[in-house]
Design a protein around this ligand. Structure first.
Ligand code: GRF
Length: 320
């Protein structure tokens, strides 16, 4: 049940528990304050029940919301709770549609039903010029997210490409925190829906995703997703394919195999994704030397340096 809620909110494990604590603290504080307020107003058991009810409702509707925002801000979750309040205020008609659209650009939650994303945000344009639609990029990642971070930083303020969404299958993965810190919406996906459901295609369409980049995403990409994004899904593999690729060849397993085979060099391969693991058309490779002292760990560091230097640039070339 908790996991479902976490996915619905689109937050990582740590955030989820903080949010839970905020709700708990808010409920308790509101109850205590309500008691003080009724006593201060001189209400007791003999008071007319309608007045007591009105005070309690008032505290619940207004006091609760302020306290929620206060605790949310104190525990570093202002963005999440403000979004929650914005929804409420919009429902009450206090906030306009304009603020709704502004909110969606930075939402940390999957879009609420019925909301419309901005399909293509525009670059700053000179007067009289036609705006150029930006390519909306989704990064699929399930690990620490160092590559995702480099890609997000590379495309920050880019004139024609925008990282619109981070998709992750692992609650608590570092990449979710990175997305949150950078103000990129994230979407936690479930195995059942990804492989046997609609592959989240409607959600990707809602976000206007044009291109997908896999940066440490370990699940196989379903054929429906590949067909929906032909030659528009890129992966990075931490070895020189076709060697050291395929099922089970990921992360440290790759580097261990390369070192065990006594290779003198390794590297990275950026390739399009097809229905087989690591078999899509390669578009770029870069190499690094392996010396006798190298271990799988030191090789992993060398590979990360190559990935960070080349992946964002190669994505830009292909997307452009
Ligand atoms: C990278 O080495 C990438 O090649 C592989 O997974 C790793 C992800 O690392 N597919 P990070 O999460 O981006 O740090």
């Amino acid at each position: 049940m908790f996991q479902k809620l976490q996915q619905k909110w689109g937050v990582n494990h740590r955030q989820f528990w903080i949010i839970f604590i905020v709700f708990g603290l808010t409920g308790t504080t509101t109850a205590i304050l309500t008691r003080y307020v009724t006593a201060w107003l001189g209400m007791d058991a003999s008071s007319f029940w309608v007045w007591k009810l009105m005070v309690r409702l008032g505290m619940l509707v207004f006091g609760y919301q302020f306290i929620l925002l206060g605790y949310g801000a104190l525990l570093g979750q202002w963005a999440f709770f403000w979004k929650y309040e914005e929804l409420l205020l919009r429902k009450l008609g206090v906030l306009s549609q304009k603020s709704k659209i502004k909110n969606q650009n930075n939402s940390l939650e999957p879009m609420a039903k019925g909301q419309q994303p901005i399909p293509n945000s525009q670059s700053p344009i000179a007067k009289g010029q036609q705006p150029i639609p930006k390519t909306q990029l989704a990064i699929f990642a399930s690990g620490a997210g160092s590559n995702a971070q480099k890609i997000i930083e590379h495309f920050k303020n880019h004139p024609s490409v925008r990282v619109a969404l981070v998709v992750c299958n692992k609650p608590g993965a570092g990449v979710l925190q990175i997305a949150s810190d950078k103000g990129i919406p994230s979407l936690l996906i479930e195995k059942e829906r990804f492989f046997r459901g609609d592959t989240y295609l409607p959600v990707l369409k809602e976000y206007g995703i044009d291109f997908i980049v896999l940066a440490g995403f370990l699940w196989k990409v379903p054929i429906d997703l590949i067909n929906a994004y032909p030659q528009k899904i890129l992966n990075i593999h931490p070895a020189l394919l076709p060697k050291y690729g395929g099922k089970g060849m990921y992360g440290m397993h790759v580097h261990e195999a390369v070192i065990a085979a006594g290779e003198k060099q390794s590297g990275i391969t950026i390739h399009f994704v097809n229905e087989h693991f690591d078999e899509g058309a390669p578009v770029f490779q870069a190499t690094c030397l392996i010396d006798e002292k190298d271990t799988p760990e030191t090789l992993a560091q060398k590979i990360h340096v190559l990935e960070h230097a080349h992946f964002p640039v190669e994505i830009e070339k292909i997307v452009s």
